[in-house]
Write a protein of this length. Structure first.
Length: 544
């Protein structure tokens, strides 16, 4: 077989349906792939997306610890342009299905073109690739509540993930169904403009301080000229977040008890002398069973005169509003902050692996993957933010970075085999997948995630935890710091060379603290001295 030519080609030319790698989605995960080293990213032909939401980035010298949405989006767009990611993305495109060809050892991904591009390319086409990557993640497809009469409402209704920016909600009577992490972000923003806001709560949540502090300008200057100080601050944040994992790991730990007390203290302080509201807002399950809400302004918003909390059962949605316990509350706008179809990974895309086996059959007992990345019977396939890789205590981006590094090792071998005129199909051994997931579920069974006292998007209706990782980020990074080829079934003429290598050491990114205070002082002093020397070198001629 002759080596494939994977050079970049113009949109619409004959190579438009041929790629080395196809990545489904164009969010943070996919951009991590696209911003890989040039030797790899130059071969990624297509990142298919219906819309570009976010791209890889890491802001520097921010004015606040947690960057706001607009600033973050602008920075991410800049990163997309910097790494030339836009040229790899096919916008206004919707993946219908992907099917593995056992004879050709390649994937065929069927794409439906939406919007005005129909005229250019026709409505559907198939793009072939040697490797397929799912970057759709876990929080992708909106979940709509099964409430009687939901289609009868004559006012405005929208899901939080499908926000209508053209709608002016000022002065409107607003109802928001849901009280989780998404709702906690929306509620403080709309309350000030609404004539009245009603929050329809099914379950109370643990709310802890976001600590959204301003970064003092002198500190921003220090960060700029003494980077080790900023590195240490970042590492300290990492250390703190990793320590929070104890809340999820052991619901009876002192850390979990501290989290409870911190949440209740914040609530009592923001809502003084209101025991009736305290009771409604206090969960009866351990912190971490559901996603912790990080917010400094959620409780204060509930103290507003134009905000009310409704905990009664929703009977139905009427033409004019929401009926609770037989009483209708008239509304102009209903916001559905009801989350996503999280346990239905890849929904609604249809995936077919070896011998045409559908992914729905492979995952009949619940979604699972080797290390959250590779799926049995799906050769040359990888997932970013796949099963059991969600966190309740730290940044998902750290997990995705580890997955990208791990997956790129597989991708490189597949493409090297092709370049030599060979074939290579890599799929995890079913026994290894079973062993990994059995151990994983055993560990998860004693965590807060498994508490029977709450329903969460972390687990299926049967109680199987399909979304969350059982350990810390560092645990996961270490797990994926090497690729053991013995974990995989290797087929094709290029397989023997890989078997001889056995283990590929990939390393990992270390975010945790590596320096003590003495080491930090020394490195900072050297950095400052270097900066001063550089400045002196530039300005000395002016002094003469």
């Amino acid at each position: 077989m002759a080596p494939n030519n994977y050079s970049q080609t113009s949109v619409g030319n004959k190579e438009y349906t041929k790629a080395a790698i196809v990545v489904i989605g164009a969010g943070i995960s996919d951009s991590l792939k696209g911003s890989a080293p040039p030797s790899t990213s130059s071969r990624i032909i297509s990142i298919i997306s219906s819309s570009l939401r976010k791209v890889l980035g890491s802001a520097e010298h921010g004015e606040i610890i947690n960057t706001r949405a607009v600033a973050a989006m602008n920075y991410l767009r800049m990163v997309a342009a910097k790494y030339n990611l836009y040229q790899y993305i096919r916008f206004s495109s919707e993946v219908q299905e992907s099917r593995w060809d056992d004879v050709k050892n390649e994937w065929c991904t069927k794409v439906k073109v939406i919007g005005s591009k129909d005229v250019e390319f026709g409505e559907e086409y198939c793009i072939t690739s040697d490797f397929l990557v799912s970057g759709v993640g876990q929080l992708n497809y909106p979940k709509y509540p099964s409430i009687p009469g939901i289609d009868s409402f004559k006012g405005k209704m929208m899901h939080s993930a499908r926000w209508d920016w053209t709608y002016d909600y000022k002065g409107k009577r607003i109802g928001i169904i849901g009280n989780g992490a998404t709702a906690a972000q929306i509620i403080p923003e709309v309350a000030g403009d609404a004539s009245h806001l009603t929050i329809f709560q099914r379950t109370a949540n643990w709310v802890v301080p976001r600590m959204d502090l301003a970064v003092w300008k002198p500190f921003r200057t220090i960060f700029r000229y003494c980077p080790p100080v900023q590195w240490r601050l970042r590492a300290s944040i990492m250390d703190f977040r990793e320590a929070v994992h104890a809340v999820m790991r052991d619901p009876k730990s002192s850390t979990a008890d501290f989290m409870r007390k911190a949440s209740l203290h914040m609530m009592h302080k923001a809502l003084p002398d209101n025991p009736n509201l305290w009771e409604k807002l206090t969960p009866d399950y351990p912190p971490g069973c559901k996603r912790l809400i990080l917010s400094d302004d959620y409780f204060p918003t509930l103290a507003r005169d134009n905000v009310s909390l409704e905990t009664g059962h929703i009977d139905r949605i009427s033409e004019n509003g929401i009926i609770v316990d037989g009483v209708e509350q008239e509304l102009d706008l209903i916001i559905l902050a009801t989350g996503f179809r999280t346990v239905e990974f890849m929904h609604p895309i249809k995936i077919y692996g070896r011998n045409g086996k559908p992914l729905s059959e492979i995952w009949n007992g619940g979604a699972r993957a080797l290390y959250g990345v590779a799926v049995e019977d799906l050769p040359n396939f990888g997932m970013l933010y796949g099963p059991n890789t969600n966190l309740g205590h730290n940044s998902i981006i750290l997990m995705i970075e580890a997955q990208s590094r791990y997956m790129l090792a597989m991708i490189k071998e597949v493409l090297r085999a092709r370049d030599r005129g060979q074939t290579l199909a890599i799929a995890p051994k079913p026994g290894k997948v079973e062993e990994f997931n059995s151990n994983l579920q055993e560990t998860l069974s004693s965590t807060a995630f498994a508490s029977p006292n709450c329903q969460s998007w972390y687990k299926t209706a049967e109680g199987l935890i399909t979304n969350n990782w059982s350990g810390t980020v560092v645990d996961y990074q270490k797990l994926l710091s090497k690729l053991d080829w013995n974990d995989f079934d290797l087929e094709g003429s290029g397989a023997e060379r890989i078997r001889s290598t056995r283990v590929a050491n990939l390393g990992r990114v270390r975010e945790e603290s590596l320096l003590g205070l003495k080491g930090l002082t020394v490195v900072s002093a050297l950095a400052l001295a270097g900066t001063l020397a550089y400045k002196a070198h530039h300005f000395l001629p002016r002094w003469r």
